[in-house]
Design a protein around this ligand. Sequence first.
Ligand code: FUB
Length: 363
Amino acid sequence: MMKRLMNRDTLLLLGVPLVLLGACNAQEKAKENPAFKGAISKPLITEIYTADPSAHVFEDKIYIYPSHDIESGKPENDNGDHFDMQDYHIFSMDSIGGKVKDHGIALSVKDIPWAGRQLWAPDAAFKNGMYYLYFPVKDKKDVFRIGVATSSSPSGPFVPEAKPIEGSYSIDPAVFTDSDGQSYMYFGGIWGGQLQRWSKGQYDENGSKTDLGDSTAAALTAKVALLNPDMKQFSGAVKDVVILDQQGKPLLGGDHGRRFFEGAWMHKYQGKYYFSYSTGDTHQLVYATGDSPYGPFTYQGVLLSPVVGWTTHHSILEYKGKWLLFYHDTEVSGGKTFLRNVKVTGLQHEADGSIQTINPYGK
Ligand code: FUB
């Protein structure tokens, strides 16, 4: 995560002021801001800022577990200090295009005994008659860890465990349950997500602020861990999610157009495992496919071209026979990178299994 670059520059070139447009609604702002002209979908939520949507079908409805962006006044930097979120709201909808219900605050940073600051992108899962909310937050030493909280309802409120998941680190948990009932957590994010500081197996406070800095070495990888049946601990070792190019070689650190940055997601389509993620500083959502939830995965291509805003983060869901991509941009705030809004659009798998690239602005 980092301060805005390309998209802000694009806006400036277009002569767009990067200030919030007062009390205007999203549609009025979009009209005034040419960057959003042609947007293929409308913000789902305009009352508060939401980002990083993890969507699931629970109890026949779509539930969205997003980050809750706020104007914190913190300076923008490569660590992402300006993403200083305090709580989560959970949303549900009966149909795409239907009313989106805000279920209110489901978990606050002040209620997590071990938490310091910055409640980033969450995910949720259902097992054993319980709902599980997974969340990254910095501990009191300012190190990102991943926590879990439980509830009997998909909308919470969620009660956090007293400690983070043992062996967890970095950000962006995404929990995938396979057809055999086994659940896996994918996680990690470089730069502000601190993954690079764990490259020697333990946290190095003085480690690099961005990535490993060696563009010819294999890229840092996302991580995957099998979850215990109780869904609250890792079962066994954390493994690397290796992404190969078409020649079978691991993607390199310098390959910023394709290498893993943050925002992992897993879905299964016709027996194949689709690992998708954000490329961060090149602002794309891309995907790679494999034959096992552990990988390796072979890079396939771009599934969403850059949105207006610095970050891009998504989830993929099948609902009533249709595949959907939940993502975010910054339409409601008129382009502020840390004040984002969730959107949804259709996602198309082609006959050969490839995913059609979506352009969020229809160009
Ligand atoms: O919302 C905070 C962070 O921004 C998330 O954890 C990242 O994936 C990026 O979207």
